[in-house]
Design a protein around this ligand. Structure first.
Ligand SMILES: *Cc1c(COP(=O)(O)O)cnc(C)c1O
Length: 360
């Protein structure tokens, strides 16, 4: 068996000990004689898995008791609709910050349900920076303020939390949740698809403050109504049981690794290795403003774009996979989530250095 270093943006790399444990428990989970995939979501075995997963996530992120944690389906994309449906609460509009491809999709979907005020945008410079708070034109009467705290495609990360007064702050944290500690109490709602930095695709995590639940638009499908999901312990219908189980193994792995402060330390070290290399060569470059560079998704470009195909071909031979940038922006992108070992980033930098020597 040969494992590669997988730099995909999502679905993405998972910690090897987690995959091993899942393999060992595949046919018989803890003497139950069943795979987790075969269990009733209402049986005591799966309920214990679900409760443990939620408790571990609460512990890792320090989620206060007045927040509900929901393990739902439909991806972050379905939340683009669920959020206005649940949170507009009779108000006319919400504020959105436009920082790139994912923010644009969130805005487009929200417009189906209410007004959208684009409070700030970084489109003027091709989404290569996070607009400073001083440039945000917030509406005091907005139902909520939505931003994408890490733009997976552009590689732009907010390293500060926006100040929105009494208007609830909503964050799409899909691609950097669990990469570092976060002050949950500053948010009204946090959501994330699991397949970037948590676990398998098919699971979406919603963390929502109690007072924002219970006033969904009457048109809201039951399954998207946070109150319905909260009242039913996020099992109004069958949840993505196996994805919840693997996410739970990842939470255990994170706890053993030292929690989110430790992850941040490691993630900073990994990202620094790569960005420092990009900054000291003329051959490659990072298009993103230094202060707003993502620790998780690192887009980079070759000055000579004619070498792109050759770069990807040789990288693959070196067992460094999925380095092609998103089709909407081109270039390269290395996603270096929690599960990417330091050795993977070291191998990438060594490869890039060698490629430059050969072709520079
Ligand atoms: C991947 C991603 C999404 C979309 O996630 P799906 O699970 O495919 O719906 C939304 N927002 C961000 C920031 C993402 O990285």
């Amino acid at each position: 068996m040969t494992r590669v270093f997988n730099f995909a943006a999502g679905p993405a790399i998972l910690p090897e000990p987690v995959l091993q444990q899942a393999a060992e428990e595949m046919l018989d989970w803890h003497g139950s004689g069943m795979s987790v995939m075969e269990m009733s979501h209402r049986g005591k075995e799966f309920v214990s898995i679900a409760e443990q997963a939620e408790a571990d996530l609460r512990e890792l992120m320090g989620i206060p008791a007045n927040y509900k944690v929901l393990f739902v389906q439909g991806g972050a994309t379905l939340q683009f609709a669920a959020i206005p449906l649940n949170l507009l609460r009779g108000k006319k509009s919400a504020d959105y910050v436009n920082t790139g491809e994912w923010a644009k999709k969130a805005i487009k979907e929200a417009k189906r349900y209410g007004g959208v005020n684009v409070a700030a945008s970084s489109e003027d410079r091709q989404f290569t920076y996070a607009p400073a708070q001083s440039a945000w034109k917030l509406d005091a009467d907005a139902a909520y303020v939505h931003y994408t705290s890490n733009e997976t495609i552009g590689g732009v990360e907010f390293n500060w939390i926006p100040e929105t007064g009494s208007v609830p702050l909503v964050a799409d944290m899909s691609s950097h949740i669990l990469s570092r500690p976060v002050e949950v109490s500053r948010y009204g709602l946090i959501y994330a698809g699991a397949q970037k930095n948590i676990g398998p695709a098919g699971l979406t995590i919603v963390i929502v403050r109690d007072d924002l639940i219970g006033a969904a638009s009457p048109l809201t499908p039951s399954i998207l109504d946070y109150k319905v999901q909260a009242d039913n312990g996020w099992m109004y219908n069958t949840p993505a049981t196996y994805a919840v189980y693997v996410a739970g193994l990842v939470f255990q792995w994170l706890k053993k690794a030292g929690g989110l402060a430790k992850m941040e330390e490691i993630n900073r070290a990994k990202a620094t290795l790569l960005y420092d290399f990009l900054d000291q060569t003329e051959f490659f470059y990072s298009p993103v403003d230094k202060s707003d560079r993502s620790l998780m998704n690192v887009p980079f470009r070759l000055r000579d774009e004619k070498l792109n195909d050759e770069f990807l071909k040789q990288a693959k031979q070196a067992k460094l996979l999925e380095l092609k940038g998103h089709r909407s922006v081109g270039g390269m992108r290395a996603s270096i989530y929690n599960a990417m070992p330091v050795a993977g980033v070291q191998a990438l930098v060594a490869f890039m250095r060698e490629f430059q020597t050969k072709h520079g």
